[in-house]
Design a protein around this ligand. Structure first.
Ligand SMILES: Cc1cc2nc3c(=O)[nH]c(=O)nc-3n(C[C@H](O)[C@H](O)[C@H](O)COP(=O)(O)O)c2cc1C
Length: 140
């Protein structure tokens, strides 16, 4: 069974170097685990979308949850899916710019901080819209 987990967390540091390291690990490990997805580093928050075999994604999320580079992880959605949204990407990176902000506004989210309170249906539509926008950098 394919599972996707979408969560938000607070970054411990605003250092771009941490994000670089996280993406490097993700790219290496996720490819081996056949996990795909995308993440954004938005105003001090991480928003990550993970998809893959249910047990693999669950185990990976438990490891990520304990990473000191972020805190207060909150699962916004955990759901069985029939196909992947990001089949080609071990971990895509969303860039935070005016276009991204407009997508957030479309869902009445003034900024990334509102993510903690967003319901699953909103998150689902938000991720679909973000995935369809041109703001993703694929890191195969
Ligand atoms: C916000 C965030 C997202 C992460 N996403 C992933 C991921 O998708 N895949 C992964 O293997 N590690 C991810 N990590 C890193 C893991 O917590 C952990 O450091 C890593 O898997 C350890 O593997 P390594 O020793 O090969 O680097 C993430 C960490 C943070 C803080």
């Amino acid at each position: 069974m394919l599972l996707r987990i979408i969560y938000v967390s607070r970054a411990s540091s605003s250092l771009p170097l941490e994000l670089k390291d996280i993406l490097a690990s993700s790219r290496k490990n996720n490819r081996a685990l056949r996990v795909t997805g995308a993440m954004g580093f938005l105003d001090g928050l991480y928003l990550q979308y993970l998809e893959g075999d249910a047990s693999v994604v669950t185990t990976l999320y438990k490891r990520i949850e304990e990473d000191p580079r972020h805190s207060e992880p909150k699962i916004l959605e955990s759901k069985a899916i029939s196909e992947r949204a990001f089949p080609g990407w071990s971990m895509g990176l969303l860039t935070w710019n005016d276009e991204t902000k407009k997508v957030f506004q479309k869902f009445n989210l003034s900024g990334s901080l509102d993510l903690y309170d967003a319901d699953a249906a909103t998150i689902d539509s938000l991720v679909r819209s973000l995935a369809a926008s041109a703001n993703w950098m694929a890191l195969s």
